[in-house]
Design a protein around this ligand. Structure first.
Ligand code: GYE
Length: 348
């Protein structure tokens, strides 16, 4: 009996020593499936606002492909289905789980102060991606990565003006509608602001604003309403490609032709993104005249921010992605804004 005890104690000491020397890896966390050994995974909680468009799906994909175990990350992904309350709940659960970083793609700009203060109190850095947050204290988030939506809007409008100008069409003969994205989102606010600014500058007749919510179905509804209520619309400014697809469905079903020859009765459709395959094929055939590029591939950009933070460096607070225009018609090859030239290319 005594010698058995002895053996057990002996064995225990040997196992403990081996364990100490090996760095004592707790059971179930051997690093075997993490692809990296000896290093802990960085946990990232990502609150994605929804899945309303092809842009959004590409954006989600970009994030998921970067934040993998092989790359050293544990990603907790949450799809908020267009509801800010769901995003707030997700952020609170990330805080509870004590993630290393929170990444937020906010549905709209306002209403983030409280939950972001909670993240700050918990000492978790928050990286905002795509749309922005409108908070009273900018220290509530570490930095933001995304597009300049107002600039995108201005670029598309300048393209319209140059393109129609070459055909001898005057500003007052442009009867344009704006099919807006999700109201209160930075993409909508910026693209509408850019539109308003340029419409005024060129003396366009702004016939109506309708809500399109960045979706094909809402784009359809909006265009139905416009056709019912207004006769002379000749340009449709859609705040994304999915809306444009809905608009084209309705226009074609009503026997109208989509295209840039508005002097001969065509209706010109322009939009934003350049991701959806059908929209790109419409671009090639001219049903969509121009698309303002919007780049969704933010995964690597957010990751490089995290790398910087891990290295103790400070990332730039606002990181804008540079973008251009797409059109199959090459009569306009670039637009100039704020002293900078933005190129028009045939394809993304
Ligand atoms: O243009 C649209 C999406 O916020 C940039 O949201 C994003 C916009 C994008 O639904 O397709």
């Amino acid at each position: 009996m005594r010698s058995l005890d002895h053996k057990l104690i002996h064995g225990f000491i040997i196992v403990s020593l081996c364990c100490l020397l090996a760095g004592c890896i707790p059971a179930g966390d051997t690093g075997a499936d993490s692809g990296i050994t000896g290093e802990e995974l960085i946990t990232v909680g990502f609150s994605q606002l929804g899945a309303e468009s092809d842009w959004r799906s590409a954006n989600t994909e970009s994030m998921k492909s970067v934040f993998t175990k092989e790359n050293g990350y544990e990603l907790i992904f949450d799809d908020a289905q267009q509801k800010q309350t769901n995003q707030i709940t997700a952020i609170r659960s990330f805080i509870q789980r004590d993630v290393d970083y929170i990444v937020l793609a906010p549905v709209t700009e306002k209403g983030w102060d409280t939950v972001l203060s909670e993240a700050k109190e918990a000492d978790i850095p928050v990286i905002i991606v795509d749309r922005q947050v409108d908070v009273s204290d900018e220290s509530l988030f570490t930095c933001w990565v995304g597009s300049d939506f107002e600039l995108e809007g201005k670029m598309v409008c300048m393209w319209i003006s140059k393109f129609l100008g070459r055909k001898g069409i005057k500003g007052e003969d442009v009867h344009i509608v704006d099919i807006q994205g999700t109201l209160g989102s930075t993409a909508q606010l910026g693209r509408t602001k850019g539109f308003d600014h340029m419409a005024k500058l060129y003396g366009w007749d702004v016939v109506a604003y309708e809500q399109g919510d960045f979706t094909r179905s809402k784009g359809k509804e909006a265009m139905f309403k416009i056709l019912r209520n207004y006769e002379d619309v000749n340009v449709v400014y859609c705040e994304n490609d999915n809306e444009a697809l809905g608009v084209i469905d309705v226009l074609e079903a009503s026997g109208r032709k989509c295209g840039g020859d508005i002097a001969n009765g065509e209706i010109m459709v322009v939009s934003f993104d350049g991701i959806n395959k059908q929209a790109l094929s419409h671009l090639m055939t001219g049903e969509i005249s121009c698309i303002g590029e919007c780049n969704p591939m933010h995964g690597p950009r957010v990751e490089s921010v995290i790398r910087k933070l891990e290295a103790g460096e400070e990332p730039y607070k606002y990181q804008y992605v540079s973008e251009g225009l797409f059109s199959a018609d090459m009569s306009v090859t670039s637009v100039m804004l704020g002293g900078k030239e933005y190129k028009v290319t045939r394809k993304p």
